[in-house]
Design a protein around this ligand. Sequence first.
Ligand SMILES: [Zn+2]
Ligand SMILES: [Zn+2]
Length: 493
Amino acid sequence: MFGKDRFYKGLWNHKAAFLFRKVGHRRDTGPKLKLLALEGLKECHGCGLIQKVPHLKPGQVAECTRCGEQLDRERLTSPIMAPLAFCITSIALYLALLVSPLMTIDIYGRENTVSLLSGPKELINQGFSLISILVLSASVLMPAIVLTLMMLILYGMWHSHKAPHWIRHVFAWYERLRPWSMIEVYVIGLIVAYSKLVDLAVVILQPGAFLLGGLMVSMAAMDSAFNSKSFWKRFPVPQEDQILCKEDGDSSENVTSDALLLQSDNMVSCTCCHTVFLAEKTVLPEDDMGNCMRCGEILRRRKYKSIEASLCFLVAAFIFYIPANMLPIMTYVRVGQGQPNTILSGVKELWESGLYSLALLVLFASITIPVAKIGALAIMLYCETRKKAWHLNGLTKLYRFVCFIGRWSMIDVFMISILVAIVRFSFLAHVTADPGVVFFALVVVLTIFAADLYDPRGLWDAAGYNGALMKSRRKADNSHPYTKRKDMESESA
Ligand SMILES: [Zn+2]
Ligand SMILES: [Zn+2]
């Protein structure tokens, strides 16, 4: 038989070979179709409809005519100064937070104080390094990375004429990593941990807790003040590679009419900078169309193998969901007494101690959300593979909701990381993490990936509302609400 070491070496070699073959050399480097950027058009990321976006005044929002998804938005605030002010505030709060204590607990005169780093440290001591890495990344590393990337982006906007080319890739990384900075979820985790402790001991909130609240608000403000459109405006596609698509009634000669919109099978929209490109002939949904002329990301009409990838992560999440609920996630021992708690018994405990709103919050975040996410994605995958046109508008909105809500299930994981760090009084009271928390964290992370890899436009493609199929369907079936609505608009236009 193989020795253990040799087995791992072999496994690693095979894995490496697999990765390089599948990922490293997946892109075909053959000749690509010539692409022209269509300025003024946008593809809806919910339903895949390509449409003209009117010129917006500050504060105005453009929505998709078919599914209501937000297409474009013009901010009222200054494009660089407002996000810069919030970014600098966030950096100052973050640095202060790193050196400030969060909370102090006092049990019969014995005190213990925790900071942001105490939770991950104690989780490693208890043998939960994976959870420790997850908590450390989401609460300490990712906020730092995201704030650094935002500073680079704002620098690129300020000096767009001499900014290096890699600054455009920084934006793609900012969009990818932003959801993993979970300060706001950590704040709720801290509130739940605090409410669990107040009836046990004297709990004093330290300056760090308020800094954390401030950081949450200023990062949210930074996001809402930042407009990706004004970033990409500073990096235009060369004039000879673009067609200007303006609104009807515009007197420019380079104007293209609605006829162009009918060629949507020849169009590909960049997922990063949202520029729409026109090719000479039909583009297959998952074809690699080369790098985007504006941002340098890979161009594909639809996400690569979205059904397969999303299904894999969903099945894995479903399998781990069972032990996540059956196994205890933590043990809380008080004066030698206490038993392991599962997620459900934790909720029951909160309810019995009169903290009804918190009990409902944890129930919603830890039990309802994962089930709803797995169920919703499963329905979408079923409808897409069976080509069912079943509540497409509702499903598209549900997908947006699933993406938004996913991270909030981390509340329980953060709460446990805070409790294990603060309640450490040996016999008197102590909290230990249990294996259930590993499975639970896996469910959260896997469902986030499953939602991210899924492409809701596939639902509309499968039902025949996009591209060539849509044209034939419009002829055959004029009674359907989506086609009707479209026709009414084209009549009024
Ligand atoms: Zn839409
Ligand atoms: Zn792009």
